[in-house]
Design a protein around this ligand. Structure first.
Ligand SMILES: N[C@@H](CCC(=O)N[C@@H](CS)C(=O)NCC(=O)O)C(=O)O
Length: 366
């Protein structure tokens, strides 16, 4: 969409210039005809001006670019349903916009194609275990909403390989996905440590992990959450171990296209609302008991005071209350998908609230 709008703008300026030249050559009387010939560019101007929110509202559903191969984060099951931590953030945005968490469709994308899918306008937001980096923030034209999952890159090997450290991987073949920070970090870290290795670069998570599982790589690397996730669906999960090394910082979170501040604010404040709800102990099941709260912070979050949802373009003053009641607070989203009652049992670590030893910290709604 972005490049199309740009093309239209250029086309419009060109036809205006041509029109002015023609008008100058043939005199004022002919000018109206030239103006008429400009008409086809009018819808293009509208399209350029149309906000992501109004596109989403007109469509009647959100299109979320996400993963389909990462259990716990974004996974398409055999019945055709998507679920996971990232999927729930897609539901949360839909709940805020429509008051209906299910007014949402997932557009699955591989790591390699995800940015093009977003920038071409095939989706409204990218929520796909995507790391916030400077190049993506600038060159790729993305704006990153607050981090929803602080992660780091890890390495998994077979237990019987005896590999314990990076140095033990000298000469090893390592399976890695293309179009990821993973691929670049691995190259940097191994070069810095002076360790030679053979990268086996593949396109999808299924290819990466099936190739590793088939014994065609000595190790596999991606975000630690991704390793924990995919370990559960290896032929014999207990035969593998995730090394106690962290190669990088991988702050994962939603991203939107540059150029639409309101939409960026909306997605950002949906994330913050889930964190604030956890801070205040408001959950999907107890939210009704807070509706009479006298705490001004809670009253603002739940839409009883001020009109904060209007500031992100929404007419429903209870936009965040809908997120919390339909999808849950941060802890509920985390626990439902990754917590102790799931097969992943991922400790929250950095993803705890700042009051509980983590770094999740949301600015105030006021
Ligand atoms: N967080 C990293 C890695 C994300 C990533 O896509 N990891 C792989 C794990 S193998 C993946 O999910 N691949 C799935 C796919 O491309 O379909 C990034 O943003 O580049």
């Amino acid at each position: 969409m972005k490049s199309r709008a740009k093309f239209n703008k250029t086309g419009m300026i060109l036809s205006m210039v041509v029109g002015m030249i023609i008008a100058a050559c043939i005199g004022p009387a002919a000018a109206p005809a030239v103006v008429e010939s400009d008409e086809p560019t009018a819808p293009a101007m509208q399209e350029e001006a149309q906000s992501t929110l109004s596109i989403v509202q007109e469509r009647g559903e959100l299109i979320c670019v996400s993963n389909s191969m990462l259990p716990g984060f974004g996974f398409l099951d055999s019945e055709g349903n998507f679920s996971g931590f990232d999927t729930d953030y897609c539901h949360a945005i839909a709940a805020a916009v429509f008051g209906d968490a299910n007014a949402m469709e997932i557009r699955p994308a591989t790591a390699k194609e995800r940015f093009t899918v977003l920038s071409s306008g095939e989706g409204d937001v990218l929520v796909r275990n995507t790391t916030w980096t400077m190049s993506r923030d600038t060159d790729l034209g993305l704006n990153f909403a607050p981090t929803t999952f602080y992660d780091g890159q890890g390495i998994m090997v077979r237990k019987d390989s005896g590999v314990m450290s990076l140095a033990d991987l000298s000469g090893a073949s390592i399976c890695v996905a293309t179009g990821t920070t993973t691929e670049l970090n691995l190259a940097d870290q191994m070069a810095a440590a002076g360790i030679s290795y053979e990268p086996v670069v593949l396109e999808t998570a299924d290819e990466v992990f099936n190739t590793y599982d088939a014994g065609r790589c000595d190790a596999v690397t991606t975000d630690k959450s991704g390793l924990v996730s995919r370990q559960t669906i290896l032929a014999d999960p207990s035969a593998h171990v995730i090394l106690d090394v962290t190669l990088s910082k991988e702050p994962l979170g939603p991203a939107v296209r540059h150029g639409d501040d309101q939409w960026f604010d909306l997605v950002s404040w949906v994330v913050f609302a889930t964190i604030l709800a956890e801070e205040h102990g408001i959950t999907s099941t107890n939210i009704d008991s807070f509706m009479n709260s006298e705490d001004p912070n809670i009253r603002k979050l739940l839409g009883m005071e001020g009109d904060f949802c209007a500031k992100i373009g929404l007419s429903n003053a209870g936009c965040f209350a809908d997120v919390i009641s339909q999808v849950g607070n941060y802890a509920e989203i985390y626990n439902r998908n990754l917590g102790p009652d799931t097969i992943f049992n991922l400790p929250r670590g950095l993803n705890n609230l700042y009051t509980d030893g983590g770094i999740l910290y949301a600015p105030p709604i006021r």
